[in-house]
Design a protein around this ligand. Sequence first.
Ligand code: ATP
Length: 300
Amino acid sequence: MCLHSYTLHTKINILFIINPISGGRGKLAIPDFIDKYLDKEKFNPNFVFSEYVGHAAELADEASIKNFDVIVAAGGDGTINEVATKVLKHNKILGILPLGSGNGLARFLSIPKNLRYALTIINSLKVDQIDSAEFNGKCFFNLAGMGFDAHLSSVFSEDKKRGLSGYLKLGFQEVFHYKAQTYLLNIDGKEYTRKAFAISIANSSQYGNDVYIAPNASVKDGLLDVCIIKPFSLLKLPVLSYVMLRGTAETSDMVEIIKGKNIVITREKEGAVHVDGEPLQMGKHIEGLVKPLSLNVIVP
Ligand SMILES: Nc1ncnc2c1ncn2[C@@H]1O[C@H](COP(=O)(O)OP(=O)(O)OP(=O)(O)O)[C@@H](O)[C@H]1O
């Protein structure tokens, strides 16, 4: 493990990229709040709001090329994905202010939703390295997946309402119509054929909101957890929800988890996938891999 606490001679340029729509709450007051609690002996703060999908990535890329050493994703896992992809590319340092709906990676890293506490973590500037991963060349840091998860992300992205309640409502509507597919998986050279309701490739352990799909996954182990949710009768939906909330999916007969580094999945047809909850379209053939301890991130 490589954990640094930086000793400073000059102030660090830090950029906060704030997603105004993540988590479904207004963010206009956020820059003033950050300015009040950020350690200005250490940091020289700048703020910018993302204006559209992909804008946070453009802003982070630009900031990395300019003189910013720390770039903070103020939003959920989708915002972290955009910012961290560029932080990784330029070998800068990622900060996280969890302002999303689910905040899966922030929860895994024990970064609290309470902004004031989250800022004390940024002020402490303890930097650790975590694994990142790729799905057909697209970076992800928390979870990627296909099947029902991906279908739901795709429908949710077109819905006007954000936040947890909107997501759950849509989930209940969609689960009644969704049909399981057959997947051919190759995990580190070993082949498996599985019919699945959803397949998640987990770098961290949870979707967000403490819903654990891969309770034993770690962003420090150099492995991905391939989580196969088997087809199930809707009568068993409460059982599946229960095991995920209890963090016991590994022991449930509804979920199979296989750990690996290189994952190739061939599915019945092309269509929706998600990377960190954001929907994308990909072909039938998907390749996943892990890049051990590749991302610098500020941790508690
Ligand atoms: N100004 C904007 N208008 C519309 N969409 C935006 C804007 N800025 C960023 N986005 C997009 O908002 C999406 C959702 O962001 P994010 O994932 O951070 O929030 P969330 O879905 O509420 O949280 P979580 O992923 O933790 O559940 C991302 O795809 C991002 O590209």
